[in-house]
Write a protein that binds this ligand. Structure first.
Ligand SMILES: [Zn+2]
Length: 348
């Protein structure tokens, strides 16, 4: 009998940071217009006790209630807001957010491992993000990163993910063997609700961009996680297969599925049933994005919408061996630095 899986949630953000963080950010935004108001990094004071409380009463409490062990934890996605200010503003903000996540991971090493936010800024060369990424991987031991395909916040004026524009980031990812979750931030376009439209649009858009291009020919070991269950991609897999065929691309099993993975942030049973039926099990990673966009209880089930483990447990499409892959095996294969860290702990 195989041991029970470690439940690894590959998609969590620090959405519950003490209020001081938001206050500091608001002050920074005020300082863009009036430099006299610009706060210093040292003005932000958050104690370990405050961090402990923010985690213990929120994410960790729910992880324990729901039976998940370890969360890959990154700064709050909607707060990245790369469209605000210039590179310097983004750079200071990313450094602060990444350090806070690092501190959480230090305080709860058995339950949280970090993923980096990048200091992206619209129109700025992505290679400017490399020093922050270096620090997050080498100094903070972070095992992944979030890459925003649209730092404009809903106006989509960066080149597609397959463009050489992004290659400096990909070269680093390959060097470190770390995956990127393709994750947008707040929408500043009123047409797109942030988590209801912009996020899912971005997930779907990323999949289509990757179909149109040949990125993985240049980077055969590059790994992307498409969050929120892959947006519309699994639901419309037939359309995507058909479009790829018309574009004379290889089968999606060759063209995409050696490099992209879908998380399970899909908040109802029929959605998880579809995901696990359409997408091969080796390409599915457990995640809940808790505490995130949808925090309520589903009156149809009496359970939290984002308690996605319930749906994985209940789906008839997976057997125990396949569930092991979704919960643990695939995450350790994709996040190789996490796997190495876990092996290190096992021998200690
Ligand atoms: Zn997210």
């Amino acid at each position: 009998m195989k041991r029970s899986p470690l439940i690894i949630d590959c998609h969590g953000h620090f959405t519950t940071a003490p209020k001081a963080l938001e206050n500091w950010r608001n002050q920074q935004i005020a300082g863009i217009k009036d430099p006299a108001l610009m706060p210093k990094v040292a003005d932000l004071k958050i104690s370990d006790d405050e961090l402990r409380e923010a985690i213990e009463t929120n994410q960790l409490r729910l992880m324990k209630e729901r039976g998940s062990d370890l969360t890959i934890f990154s700064p709050r996605a909607s707060f990245m807001a790369h469209h605000i200010g210039d590179f310097k503003v983004s750079s200071t903000w990313a450094a602060i957010c990444n350090e806070l996540v690092y501190r959480v991971c230090q305080l709860f090493p058995d339950h949280f491992v970090g993923a980096a936010m990048l200091p992206q800024s619209p129109g700025v060369d992505p290679k400017t993000c490399i020093p922050e990424l270096d620090k997050c991987v080498k100094q903070y031991g972070q095992v992944g990163l979030n890459l925003n395909p649209d730092p404009s916040g809903g106006h989509w004026n960066s080149p597609p993910l397959t463009d050489r524009h992004w290659y400096p980031i990909y070269e680093k990812m390959v060097e470190y063997d770390i995956p990127a979750m393709i994750h947008v931030s707040t929408s500043c376009n009123a047409c797109f609700h942030t988590t209801g439209a912009h996020y899912l649009n971005a997930d779907t858009t990323a999949v289509m961009q990757l179909i149109q291009g040949d990125l993985f020919r240049d980077f055969p070991t590059l790994k992307f996680i498409i969050p929120h269950g892959g947006g519309a991609a699994p639901y419309h897999w037939g359309r995507f297969r058909g479009l790829a065929q018309e574009m004379k691309k290889p089968l999606l099993s060759e063209h995409l599925l050696k490099n992209i993975y879908f998380d399970t942030c899909v908040y109802h049973q029929p959605g998880i049933d579809l995901l696990t039926k359409v997408i091969p099990v080796d390409n599915i990673l457990f995640a809940s994005e808790m505490i995130g966009a949808v925090r309520g209880i589903d009156p149809e089930t009496g359970a939290y919408y984002d308690d996605t483990k319930r749906y994985i447990q209940a789906t008839a499409n997976l057997n125990d061996e396949q569930r092991f892959k979704v919960y643990e095996g695939n995450a350790r294969r994709v996040f190789t630095r996490l796997d190495a860290a876990l092996k290190q702990k096992e021998v200690q």
